[in-house]
Design a binder for this molecule. Structure first.
Ligand code: SAM
Length: 339
């Protein structure tokens, strides 16, 4: 249903973007790609003044030249629209329709980006400023979702940078939809009516949990990082859930409570350029939080020595990609919190 475009864009926390699949078919020649693209109902979605750009990718396929595939798809859509609107020229001055032709093993999937080409779903609208190497908001939300944290437990990020993990956890705890405060490309599409967006936002606002007591701590050695993180939390409307403070993680003596959940993203060796300091940070995390059986610890890092330096093999390790960087998510499960 068309309303699902609004529902998914407003509510999905970990997805990159929401694509509307127009068609999927086998394609072994440019002629076939043209004909099958032409047959799809473009006129249903793209307006007479619609601005449509075609992006592409091709993997293990006969049609391997991506620019040629893009050109062919653009040509087919233009022909279809020019015929439908009875014109020989599309001005392309109106709403944005970014089309993706993705060919995998000779199967083409053609879709329109409902989110917006420039601003994937990671753009929540609260992070005006960030420190170096911030996590994408969608990735931070995924780290929280992959942990056993829930709003009744304390969460702590001792290397919080611009505060992304803490803020995403607070949004999850308060059940605040991540897309409430931003726009999407499909808001300009006539078929996706304004009232659909309005209704979805009303429903999302009704689901917000304003009452739960949520306790999240976030610290960093950098005063500037903490200042920025606080501003971001205020912008996201969750500053009442998070206590920020300046602290060098290597100076932490003991956890602030029992049964907490630590989720963090230490500096990358490649960026910090100081292996010794990084080892000290990993060791400290192990000594303070790893040894406390009531704490669960989750660390995302590209450092291959992490487990050794932390002092224990992870209960579970997940391979992830942080942008293009291959990283591991080390998970140490603490004891269950008593009821
Ligand atoms: C990879 S960044 C974290 C990015 C963060 N997840 C975000 O989304 O913005 C690592 C952070 O560790 C902080 N840091 C480095 N050494 C530290 C130390 N000894 N104690 C506390 N924080 C430290 C840096 O200031 C930086 O903000």
């Amino acid at each position: 249903e068309i309303q699902d475009i609004c529902k998914t864009n407003i509510n999905l926390r970990c997805a990159d973007r929401v694509m509307l699949v127009m068609g999927q078919f086998e394609t072994l020649s440019f002629e076939e790609l043209f004909d099958k693209t032409y047959e799809l109902p473009w006129e249903k979605w793209i307006t007479k003044d619609g601005k449509f750009t075609v992006n592409g990718k091709s993997v293990k396929s006969k049609l391997y030249s991506t620019p040629d595939c893009q050109r062919m798809v653009k040509k087919a859509i233009s022909k279809k629209l020019c015929e439908y609107y009875d014109t020989d020229w599309m001005p392309e001055t109106g709403a944005e329709f970014t089309i993706l032709v993705s060919i995998h093993k000779d199967i083409a999937t053609i879709s329109i980006d409902t989110t917006g080409a420039r601003e994937g779903l990671f753009k929540r609208g609260y992070r005006e400023k960030s420190m170096a190497a911030p996590l994408k908001e969608t990735m931070a939300a995924a780290l929280v979702k992959l942990s056993y944290w829930n709003k009744n437990r304390v969460l702590y990020d001792p290397l919080c940078g611009s505060g992304t993990i803490a803020i995403e956890a607070a949004l999850i705890g308060r059940n605040i939809a991540p897309g409430l405060n931003r726009n999407f490309a499909s808001m300009e599409w006539p078929l996706v009516k304004d009232e659909y967006w309005k209704n979805e936002k009303i429903e999302a606002r009704k689901r917000i949990d304003f009452d739960s007591e949520i306790k999240i701590y976030a610290s960093d050695v950098s005063e500037k990082a903490i200042r920025i993180a606080k501003e971001n939390a205020i912008e996201a409307g969750v500053d009442d859930c998070i206590e920020f403070f300046v602290k060098d993680v290597t100076h932490i003596e003991k956890p602030m409570c029992s049964y907490g959940v630590l989720i963090t993203n230490p500096p990358y060796a490649e960026r910090i350029g100081d292996e010794e300091q990084l080892t000290k940070i990993h060791k400290k995390l192990g000594q303070v939080f790893g040894r406390d059986k009531t704490w669960s610890v989750y660390v995302i890092t590209s450092s291959v020595n992490f487990e050794k330096e932390f002092g224990r093999k992870a209960d579970r390790k997940r391979k992830l990609f942080n942008g293009d960087m291959r990283v591991d998510y080390y998970q140490y499960f603490g004891e269950k919190m008593p009821e």
